[in-house]
Design a protein around this ligand. Structure first.
Ligand SMILES: *Cc1c(COP(=O)(O)O)cnc(C)c1O
Length: 396
């Protein structure tokens, strides 16, 4: 399978892939690119050290929007001028949820499902408290996820916003974003899409789907490194009227005039608050370039084949230990990882880490196999699944 893989050559561009370590957690923290090691060194020696404060005028001030446009083109299906990079996903979720509820005055409910990533739920709870709103919780099957019918059933004239995870962090369920967005728009509500587990691995069409707001992180399939800044998308039709709650000088008109008043600047820049994390944006540039070179649709094809192979291997080698696939079996219904469940998986993952086989664990009993298509080989995946079987066999 590796010999037949048209993307196999990309693996050698990542630092560490020559070692026998098995890395199956690219959906939590992507591996670094060799180009990034070089870019970081050159940034310190040739840009930061030499340009010094002039760097802001020359490149850094515009980087959050320039990189946002690259991400929009390569990964998000969005026209320029709608994506900015900065803050963490959590902070951006807060800013965007507040922007949305402010833009729908008189509406009192936020729709969200119980299986969403914790930070999305916690931010929504905080905003509900802060703004005197009610959360309309939807229960979902933890081996799949939120459906358009479930959304259509609960939205109504009270709904301000529907918060949606594009790919479930647990099951990898790929939400039908276009249909859910239509269901929300039918009642005049807005949609906020969390793309943390899809950006860089699942092609998206934010503009065509009609999504209002989106955010996602860059350290998973975009290999930006630990704590690299997140991105936000605000549809062009909202940019003139939507405002965000963390009014900082970097989102003000003419920030270096240091004027007395906050007047949000035109365009997506108004969603920035403070000084952008320039160093954190360096690695993202390399990975966006690599995804563009490989082609996101080719990345998705390999992703589907990798997850399909993971399911086949689990059926063949792990079903004897009563391991179950807790993800959709149809590749079109899932993102870039799969979850394998067994009551003793937490112990299994701890033992695997000691053996340099690195998936991760999520309750209840889920071992997540995260497959980053440009850095993962079929051989690496197979060695990982066989190791899971060995550890389970030794426990039995
Ligand atoms: C990883 C992830 C986050 C992380 O948010 P941070 O602010 O970067 O910690 C948020 N939402 C989802 C769906 C995720 O998968």
């Amino acid at each position: 399978m590796d010999d037949a893989d048209p993307l196999a050559g990309f693996r050698a561009r990542f630092v560490g892939t020559e070692s026998p370590l098995v890395y199956l957690d690219g959906n939590s923290l992507g591996r670094p690119l060799a180009a990034t090691a070089e870019r970081l060194r050159r940034f310190v020696e040739e840009e930061w050290a030499v340009r010094l404060i002039r760097g802001w005028d020359e490149r850094w001030f515009d980087l959050p929007l320039a990189l946002g446009d690259d991400l929009a083109r390569v990964c998000l299906g969005a026209a320029p001028g709608q994506v900015a990079v900065g803050d963490s996903t959590t902070v951006l979720l807060y800013k965007l949820m507040r922007a949305a509820v402010t833009a729908r005055p008189g509406r009192t409910e936020i729709v969200i499902d119980r299986d969403q990533f914790p930070t999305d739920r916690y931010v929504a709870m905080g905003i509900a408290d802060e703004c005197g709103m009610t959360l309309r919780w939807v229960d979902v099957d933890p081996t799949t996820g939120l459906t358009p019918d479930q959304v259509a059933e609960v939205v109504g004239e009270r709904t301000a916003l529907v918060v949606l995870n594009h790919v479930s962090y647990r099951s990898a369920w790929l939400a039908d974003t276009a249909a859910i967005t239509r269901a929300a728009h039918d009642v005049g509500a807005l949609v906020l899409l969390d793309m943390c587990h899809s950006a860089g691995v699942v092609p998206s069409e934010l503009d065509a789907w009609g999504v209002d707001l989106a955010a996602g992180c860059t350290y998973k399939y975009l290999n930006g490194g630990p704590g690299s800044p997140a991105f936000c998308y605000v549809a062009a039709r909202h940019l003139e009227t939507f405002t965000q709650p963390i009014q900082g000088w970097m989102g003000n008109t003419d920030p270096f005039r240091m004027g007395p008043d906050y007047v949000p600047v035109e365009g997506i820049r108004r969603f920035l608050s403070g000084t952008p994390a320039v160093v954190g944006m360096l690695a993202i540039q390399d990975m966006v370039g690599l995804v563009e070179e490989a082609g996101l649709h080719a990345v998705r094809r390999k992703s589907e084949q990798l997850t399909a192979h993971a399911v086949d291997l689990a059926d063949k080698h792990l079903a004897v230990y009563d391991v179950e696939v807790a993800s959709p079996r149809d590749p079109e219904l899932r993102g870039g990882h799969i979850t394998l469940s067994h009551p003793r998986m937490q112990e299994v993952v701890a033992t695997l880490w000691e053996r340099d086989v690195i998936p991760d664990y999520r309750d209840p009993g889920g071992l997540r196999v995260g497959l980053s298509p440009l850095s993962t080989s079929y051989d690496e995946l197979e060695r990982g699944i066989l190791a899971v079987g060995e550890v389970l066999g030794a426990l039995a």
